[in-house]
Design a protein. Sequence first.
Length: 162
Amino acid sequence: MSDLHVVLVAPEIHWNTGNAGRTCLAVGAQLHLVAPLGFSLDDRQVKRAGLDYWVRVQPVVWPDWAALEAALPQLGTPLFFAPRAPRRFQEVRYPRPTVLVFGCESVGLPDEILQRHAASTVDIPMRDPQLRSLNLSTSVAVAAYEVRRQWDLVNDPAARPR
């Protein structure tokens, strides 16, 4: 089982999910998808976005948020990504295992999830204040690589920048 989990709650766009799946393979993370999905996992477009790697992604599909939320204690420490959260994602020390939780493309995570987990929300800063958000698959990549960067520094002191 992986020590890094990426959760997409109600993703709407097949390309983003396929790209997130490829990123998960690249960083050794397990992809979790929370229904409802805005597409079928059998769609050619999902497989095309995941390229020939999609068969290896093997996402875990959850029927709803309640089911995944009940499993969070077994998966790891969750962090919820939301624009304008009080902490920047780079300020967090990511424990093993970690769960990175992202909302859907159009509205992000539901307010009730963000309120219930307010102490665990993080932000990916953007210099342009008029931007609402980054692309979902871009956000997944930025966050997942930051976790691996931190873990690599802990595991291999020679990898630390000088």
